[in-house]
Design a protein around this ligand. Structure first.
Ligand SMILES: C[S@@+](CC[C@H](N)C(=O)[O-])C[C@H]1O[C@@H](n2cnc3c(N)ncnc32)[C@H](O)[C@@H]1O
Length: 227
């Protein structure tokens, strides 16, 4: 019988230790071990917004993956680096963290996500894979397809322009409710069905309207409504 998902009994201390210990789960350009993981603010956001048994997905993997596993979510992590699942597994084995609900996918998100079935929607999606433009937007698009209405989208590393422009776009959209936005991270609740959100034409997208300079309505809207 499948083990029921559960939070780690010492979840808060484990997350605190993980965020201060910061294991090197990535590799840099010279193939040396490195840490590019989420910070403790995002870890506590995940702690407050997820419960055991919920479904989560992320592009990229590392410290965030271990946080999801400590929280007991059924978790999919998509990253092309085959060393990351090995290093994550070995950290979890050393720290007695269950790997039962961990589904690593060794692939680039832009090739894997379009193939993902929409049958069982996710409760939370984290965009934190390739940060070069337009990768965060591609991840956001395909992750929105598999997010449930009411689910949460997280965009990390908004200090980088390709992530920030995505967050700025989402801030202007009434179908995404901003939850928290800091220098580094932006989080949103999806207020509509994914199919509705992804089929909007550009004239329904305030951020696009506002930046389409020839559009008179956008200027009027900016003047009167500030967006
Ligand atoms: C900033 S790190 C991720 C940090 C992770 N969330 C954590 O807390 O440790 C970026 C991640 O993106 C992965 N990555 C790079 N290119 C990718 C791609 N095309 N698709 C998915 N992941 C990618 C890297 O291997 C790395 O895991």
């Amino acid at each position: 019988m499948q083990e029921k998902p559960a939070q780690h009994p010492d979840v808060d201390n484990m997350i605190a230790d993980l965020c201060s210990e910061r294991p090197a789960l990535h590799v840099d350009g010279d193939r040396n071990l490195a840490d590019y993981g989420i910070d403790h603010h995002l870890a506590s956001f995940l702690r407050s917004n997820l419960s055991a048994g919920q479904r989560s997905i992320e592009t990229g993997s590392g410290i965030s993956t271990i946080v999801f596993l400590l929280l007991g979510t059924k978790h999919t992590a998509v990253s092309p680096d085959e060393g990351e699942p090995e290093r994550i597994r070995s950290y979890c084995e050393e720290h007695n963290i269950s790997l039962r609900h961990y589904s690593p996918v060794v692939a680039a998100s832009e090739t894997f996500l379009p193939t993902l079935e929409q049958t069982a929607p996710f409760d939370l999606a984290l965009v934190d894979g390739n940060h070069a433009f337009p990768a965060p937007c591609i991840d956001w698009f395909y992750l929105t397809r598999v997010l449930r209405k009411g689910g949460i989208m997280v965009v990390d590393d908004t200090q980088l322009w390709p992530c920030r422009v995505l967050a700025d776009f989402l801030d202007a959209e009434e179908v995404w409710q901003q939850l928290v936005r800091t220098e580094r991270v932006a989080t949103y609740r999806l207020l509509a069905e994914p199919s509705e959100v992804l089929s909007r034409w550009w004239g329904q997208q305030p951020y696009v309207m506002l930046r389409s300079r020839s559009n008179l309505w956008a200027r009027v809207s900016q003047l009167f409504f500030g967006r």
